[in-house]
Design a protein around this ligand. Structure first.
Ligand code: F6P
Length: 362
């Protein structure tokens, strides 16, 4: 028996980096909205690009059935940023006008956007243009302000931890230092948690600029104590003290000249400083692929069904969120333009230090 709903028809899109759990979230929104409230659902292809190009299709139950365990997103994704200046002001106006026209032409009551900081910020900006928008936080980086955790993070944490476990055996066999780079270009949550879970000897995160001399002394001390191998876990956004003092433009130039991968830069410096054989591994997009963990499936489904409830009640302009151990929502303005960084006094940093991990700085 369908229950009355304020929302009769909504559009749904996924934007930004994909992650395990996206399809579980899509399924949560769509099954609750369709089965409980008989809402009509318009699937929008490839993030905001699909709205601009009117690349859409009606989603039927068969479309959102059997996708709980599938990685990626059935809708496709892009990093199209309608409000991002790219040198031609009229370009933004045209893109936003096209989005508003598609929204009106499809007779949508609301737009549900699944994405990271940028996607929810775009959703908020569209809400200020008069569209009804509900946001769903997703990213392996876990760096979205307003929610205690994002789905995608747990799956990537499992993948990263398994990789670190595997590197232990090869580093030990060759008495080597291996530097593994995990994703997280602005926040170090993934590297911090996987580093603790995998027993990393050094963990480098963007929030704590590193000093290669401190790292080298720590590794030499380990070597003198008989530990002839070490694992360094670095977030892709980790930076040296010198880099941290650069502005964005100079830092970009530095990285272009010294190699874009922090793992290779750090590995080279460690080998130069200590003379110990050092190798680098960049785990890359493996962290974003494959089936979601059970934790991510549960979180994604819960956030999805919570979004359907907001649709039914007509509570637009919200982002669903994990708040403590319950699912709630915050104003869509909350994540705008922000990044949830690792606080330098976060308990996990002291946990790492307490078991002898070097965080790259005194
Ligand atoms: O935002 C999630 C993320 O995986 C980051 O950790 C990573 O730096 C970025 O996306 C990669 O972006 P792209 O998929 O556009 O290469």
């Amino acid at each position: 028996m369908a229950v009355a709903s304020v929302t009769k028809r909504f559009g749904i899109l996924t934007a930004g980096g994909d992650c395990p759990g996206l399809n579980a979230a899509i399924r949560g929104v769509c099954r609750a909205a369709h089965d409980r409230y008989s809402m009509e659902i318009v699937g929008i292809a490839n993030g905001f690009r699909g709205l601009i190009d009117e690349d859409v299709r009606i989603l039927k139950p068969a479309d959102f059935s059997g996708i709980l365990t599938r990685g990626g997103t059935i809708l496709g994704s892009s990093r199209e940023k309608p409000f991002a200046p790219n040198g031609k002001d009229d370009d933004i106006t045209d893109k936003v006008s096209a989005i508003k026209e598609t929204y009106a032409k499809l007779e949508l009551d609301c737009l549900v956007v699944l994405g990271g900081n940028g996607t929810n910020t775009t959703g908020y900006k569209l809400s200020r243009e008069g569209l009804n928008v509900i946001g769903l936080p997703k990213t392996i980086d876990n760096d979205i302000f307003g929610t205690d955790k994002t789905f995608g993070f747990d799956s990537a944490l499992t993948i990263g931890t398994e990789a670190i476990d595997r590197l232990h055996s090869t580093a030990q066999s060759h008495s080597r230092i291996i530097v593994i780079e995990l994703m997280g270009h602005k926040a170090g949550w993934l590297a911090l948690y996987a580093g603790v879970a995998g027993g990393g000897d050094v963990i480098l995160i963007p929030e704590i600029p590193y000093d290669i001399r401190v790292i080298s002394r720590h590794l030499e001390k380990r070597s003198k104590s008989g530990k002839m191998f070490s694992i360094v876990v670095a977030a892709e956004g980790a930076m040296s003290v010198k880099e941290s003092e650069m502005d964005k433009k100079d830092r970009k130039k530095f990285r272009a000249e010294n190699g874009p991968s922090v793992a290779y830069r750090v590995a080279q410096k460690i080998q130069e400083e200590t003379g110990m054989e050092t190798r680098a591994t960049v785990l890359g997009y493996v962290q974003r692929g494959g089936i979601p963990s059970s934790t991510d499936r549960v979180l994604a489904t819960s956030l999805g069904t919570a979004a359907a409830e907001l649709l039914a009640k007509g509570k637009y302009g919200r982002m669903v969120a994990l708040l403590g151990d319950t699912i709630g929502s915050v104003d869509l303005s909350v994540p705008e333009g922000k990044v949830k960084n690792v606080p330098t006094d976060h308990y996990m940093i002291d946990t790492a230090k307490a078991v002898g991990t070097c965080m790259g700085a005194e």
